[in-house]
Design a protein around this ligand. Structure first.
Ligand code: SF4
Length: 326
């Protein structure tokens, strides 16, 4: 058996606030193999981003993560910052919805990119500049040799996103974490960026964690899908099975809330009733029960554990099949 690029076990992330603890992530375990794309889906507040902020060691000061995070077999949760910095950037990197989260507005792209290569790869300035221009070419920035001297604000939104991707890929990471990488972009640019990510994955064999609230972004890109709700994994399956035959009521609700055409060519959109749970005061039993159309009495008192249903599939629901009464 090969070692996964990322193995997360029993990860729990809590934020301290004066109003009480916020349980952002509870007992989450999963892995991502080399060359694999895992889609992580859920509404905002489902814990999907905080899993990866924990993995990257980027939690806010009031956050604490426990459990285990292994990158190509090496435990990195709780290691000293200098060791974590060697892993970040070199073996795993993260891109965000807003490129300005990773780019410094006061420095040229050249300065920012060459510094990364000089620090992590020990290159001299001219070799680093050449490698940076090559990477900008690779993410399809026209006239990379000239544009590398520009500041981030001089690029359009889509181009800035490409610059951020180029920065993230500079050291050839084995894992790229993409957190809502296209949410702020218009639809055409969105498709270009997603195509680019998949092409880079094919070329490099890197693993991708694609975090999104939009199942449409996952379709066709992810190999497996992990659905989060209230800080827990509620369903995990291949992308094909997730779209064809969701087994958890929440996944089914997310799929139904994707815009689609009915037989008359009319756009229909169903929504999941109610609000996402308050992470400071999670409901007892199944966290989804106040919103679940299949809920029965047992759901309000007994939390369903994540259990294997078929090969490679798991769900946290008392029902064996949607529509059954527990
Ligand atoms: Fe719905 Fe009950 Fe399943 Fe939770 S355990 S998803 S409330 S049917």
């Amino acid at each position: 058996m090969t070692t996964p690029v990322l193995q997360v076990s029993d990860l729990t992330t809590t934020f301290w606030t004066p109003e009480g603890d916020v349980h952002a992530v509870s007992d989450v375990s999963f892995h991502i193999d080399r060359g694999e794309t895992l889609g992580i889906v859920g509404e905002s507040g489902s814990g999907k981003s905080q899993i990866f902020m924990s993995v990257m060691g980027l939690l806010a000061r009031n956050g604490r993560a426990s459990g285990s995070v292994r990158v190509t077999g090496e435990e990195i949760l709780g290691v000293p910052l200098n060791r974590l910095n060697q892993v970040r950037g070199a073996r795993m990197s993260m891109i965000f919805q807003d490129p300005m989260t990773s780019l410094n507005p006061y420095l040229t792209v050249r300065r920012q990119m060459t510094e990364v290569l000089m620090t992590h790869r020990g290159m001299n300035e001219s070799a680093a500049a050449k490698a940076a221009i090559d990477m900008l070419d690779r993410v399809q920035i026209p006239e990379a040799g000239r544009r590398i001297g520009m500041y981030p604000h001089e690029f359009s939104g889509g181009m800035r996103q490409r610059v951020m991707i180029a920065m993230a890929l500079l050291c050839g990471p084995e894992l790229l974490i993409a957190d809502e990488p296209t949410t702020a972009l218009d639809v055409t640019v969105q498709a270009q960026i997603l195509d680019l990510l998949m092409q880079l994955k094919r070329d490099t064999g890197m693993a991708i964690a694609l975090i999104t609230h939009d199942l449409g972004v996952i379709a066709g890109l992810a190999d497996r899908v992990m659905v989060m709700y209230g800080g827990r994994v509620v369903e995990e399956a291949s992308a094909r099975d997730t779209f064809k035959r969701p087994q958890h009521p929440y996944t089914e609700g997310l799929l139904k809330s994707m815009p689609r055409l009915d037989e008359h060519g009319v756009k229909r959109l169903e929504t999941i009733g109610g609000q996402p749970p308050n992470l400071q005061d999670l409901p007892g039993g199944c966290t989804f029960h106040p919103r679940c159309r299949y809920a029965v009495a047992r759901c309000a008192v007994e939390r369903p554990l994540l259990r294997q249903t078929d090969t490679g599939r798991a769900k946290a629901c008392h029902l064996d099949h949607l529509g059954d009464v527990a």
